[in-house]
Design a protein around this ligand. Structure first.
Ligand code: HXC
Length: 258
């Protein structure tokens, strides 16, 4: 598939997907989301790739769903077309780690898309918010659900009801992002984190991602039981044999292809 709204780079075992509609601050539209799904599935299935980065431009990760495209939608349009569920949630089905590298605006659907990544590294110029209320809609891609689970009810209600935008420092303080770095270091930091992950055994990274995501879907007892099963399953992977024997033999493990 030829991409119109994405730029793809491969850095060794890391796939970098860049949202690219600069004139509209990467407003997320139908074509871009279809392309994003295609790229994500392709890299998830590629044995040479161990980690994916999703990023935007220096000015905008994404300023939200494309308001121009949806302004005249009616309820039947959105319901019958299964608007957004249809192609916004591909990222949730990716089993390899996905890092969101956010510079500039991550608003509305842009913030929701960033939250669907496994973790977010932000540039110090990043701005996050859920301003949907100002254009007369609720969030539609998890903003009312993932945000309170991530930053707590008080902060989530504040952002959702006031449409307030927060800077990177506040986003880090409240746990929305894992790291903040100077703008000119964002891609170095994201690529370095992704390379570190890609050098780990991918099979085990996938088990860990699976287990952490389960934490948001189940009770503590069930979640720990699920973790225990995955822990037991890890003993069936070549990565466990290599990792533990390398430690005992005082050598570096060779996780290539594992
Ligand atoms: C369509 C958008 C857009 C959007 C920006 N643009 N955001 N187009 N949809 N979400 C376009 C502008 O129309 C403009 O196009 C160009 O990008 C530059 O934007 P400006 O507003 O001129 O830039 P600036 O003054 O720097 O302001 C930046 C901004 C502002 C603060 C990010 O653009 C803004 O408030 N955008 C909307 C943010 C928003 O409400 N997001 C939530 C959308 S609802 P032209 O052609 O005029 O140059 C949503 C629902 C999600 O996301 C539900 C799940 C899918």
């Amino acid at each position: 598939m030829q991409y119109e709204d994405l730029i793809i780079e491969i850095h060794d075992k890391v796939a970098l997907i860049r949202l690219n509609r600069p004139k509209a601050l990467n407003a997320l539209n139908e074509r871009m989301m279809n392309e994003l799904g295609d790229a994500l599935y392709k890299f998830d299935a590629d044995a040479n790739i161990g980690c994916i980065i999703l990023t935007g431009s220096e000015k905008a990760f994404a300023a939200g769903a494309d308001i121009a495209a949806m302004a005249d939608y009616t309820y039947p349009d959105t319901y019958k077309d299964n608007y957004i569920t249809r192609n916004w949630e591909h990222i949730l089905r990716v089993r390899k780690p996905v890092i969101g590298a956010v510079a500039g605006y991550a608003l509305g659907g842009g913030c929701e898309l960033a939250m669907m990544c496994d973790f977010i590294i932000a540039s110090d110029n990043a701005k996050f918010g859920q301003p949907e209320i100002k254009v007369g809609v609720t969030p539609g891609a998890g903003g009312t659900q993932r945000l309170p689970r991530t930053i707590g009810k008080a902060k989530a209600m504040d952002l959702l009801l006031t449409a307030r935008t927060i800077d990177a420092a506040e986003a880090e303080r409240i746990g929305l992002v894992s790291r903040v770095v100077p703008a000119d270091k964002l891609m170095d930091e994201a690529l370095s984190a992704a390379a570190t992950i890609a050098a780990m055994p991918t099979s085990v990274a996938m088990l860990i991602k699976d287990a952490v995501n389960r934490a948001f879907e189940t009770t503590l007892t069930e979640g720990v039981a699920y973790e225990r099963r995955l822990f037991h399953a890890a003993f069936g992977t070549p990565a466990q044999k290599e990792g533990m024997h390398a430690f005992l033999e005082k050598r570096l493990p060779k996780f290539e292809g594992l």
